[in-house]
Design a protein around this ligand. Sequence first.
Ligand SMILES: [Zn+2]
Length: 702
Amino acid sequence: MRLFISEKPSLAEAVAKVLPGAVRKDGAITYVGDDAFVPLAGHALAQAMPDAYLPDDVPLNKKGNKIWREQDLPIVPTTWIMEPEARLQRNLAAIEKLLKTVDEVVHLGDPEPEGQLIVDEVLHYFGNRKPVIRLLVNDYNETKVRQSLANMRSNDAPEFRAWYRWAYAQSHYNWLFGLNLTRAATLRARALGFDGALTVGSVQTPALKIVCDRDRAIETFRSVPYFTMTARIEHANGPFIGMWKASDEQAGLDDAKRLVDGSVAKALTERLSGQIASITDYEKAERREGAPLPMSLNELTVAACTKFGCTGAEVLEAAQKLYDRPLQLTTYPRTEVRHLSEAQHADAPEILAALRKNLPAMQGVIDRTDPSLKSSAFNDKKVDGTSHHGIVPTVATADLSGLTPLERNVYDMIVRSYLAQFYPPAVFMQTKIEAHVDGERFLASGKTPVSLGWREVYAPVEDDAAAASADADGSEGKQHLPAMAQGDAVTCAACTLQSRETKAPERFDESSLLKAMIDLHKFTTDPAAKARLKEGKGIGTSATRAGIISELRERGFLEPLKGSKTKFMTSKSGRGLLDALPGPVKDPTMAGMFKIALDGVASGEISYEQFIERNVGFITKVVTGLRTASMNLPVAPGVPCPKCRSGQLRQLKSEKGPFWGCSNFTAEPKCSASYPDQDGKPNFQMKAKPAKGFGIKKVEVA
Ligand SMILES: [Zn+2]
């Protein structure tokens, strides 16, 4: 008998459906013929919180938790304790029982590192010794599930061990980083009179810093006026507009090579107007452009957020629903791969037939596909060694009327990027002209479509962005360019100056922040870091970034920009937190480098022990630094403590209402002076009953 342990119920159902034999339910177990299925629902085991590792003599607060103390930091578990989740207790008990009797275990986690960990950690917890094989399901459709069942591999395969090491090391790093630094920062802030929690996360905090840096750049931005110059150039075949390009030696330029000197600009137009000139370069060539690759979760999220103004978390949720049972309309969404396997090419006719049924309104564009065309997306070398591929539609047919507008839009986007693979390339005529007028260079370029090809069915969002930036600098005009040849004589009929102003960078919205987290290399000036960050794909993963942004909003660190539906900025508390934290904790480049180190653990380049040791060293240094860090936080004015004379009395909250306690409560020697509150001031006539562990707030850390 085999025991299938799946990451979630829908995955178990999809596999159980294709196996032969009678179905029988017994509590958390579903038997199908000779096989048993027990589903989980995410992590069945949770990392124990710090209390499990702290000594027993740490005083407790009112809730019975050990109080936070500087001397206990950093908390570094030597043996990690896992605690069963109450909601999955029944499932865990069933697994424990079955592991004693089955011949073999089938690991049915999602095909990525987190999914690997979710099932592996349960097997470790029960000290499993039975052989384990790994089943990877990317597509819930029956034929694909059967194929996956025929291709199961040992769970000891290097790919799966690498996934496991990645997720395992990451979970410990996040624990060490988040819990220790949140406690250290909060304790320091509290000693300085701040009544609140300073939550710190290894990806969350650097992401917040990216937004804050941009906000401050905008707020300190001073617009610089400058000029651009165009010329109306007349050729025997017709006129066109050329854009002036300054030479390096040009007088009157600023550091960014913008023409800022008005008198130089005016003199130039006067000198050049009416001059005889010549065409120094003329290029006209047909260009062919193949369809963009199908989308990974990154592209899908950025594109959908840009087009539909939604959040990344909403896109992931929609993509997950399209993939999951009962719809099964698209393949596994949490993929970082865009290519498809060559075997998937043969699926095209069947998928197209399903799309005809699902999307009658798209009949025309589906009919014009040619399933014999094989785009560059179908490439075994590019999907080699990964169990993933780009997100594509499946052969499933379903009633789409129950979909939300966003689910419908996301499906449409996935379908169109798939259909584009079966269209010919887009063809256009690219023209480039260079003219010299009395030693000055003028450029013009144009793009004329010859045939739309795949663009008939799919419009990538990058096009909109490119069009917007082209309009802004006016270089890629939509003008008709006359035919000509190099060496032709022309006249510069008139030169015109345009007054422009440099613009502040844009505030972030969901899609631009997601992009920034991926394209982190664009935000660092260190060339060595740049190259590595690009390779490491920034901070966070495609499956976690959107959730991290949502969390920053929920915590109130990000707030909506007034007058905008999609843009946001850092809040006062978000900035206060960042300013209070030392550089390395919030530096996005450091966070990116950490992720690269994690890839090193997965590949075996560095051991898990080395990785943890290095990070514990770093965290210890930060914790020590935080003990004496100065912080600029909104703090209510304190009252000198009459008892110890060195602490400050601060207004604190208890269940019975406000009271006043000494800031030396956790100091050595400690002062437990406390007074009742009277109209916002300490009442020195009456002694309040000292509350155990006052002001200690439990903070949930991602
Ligand atoms: Zn005191």
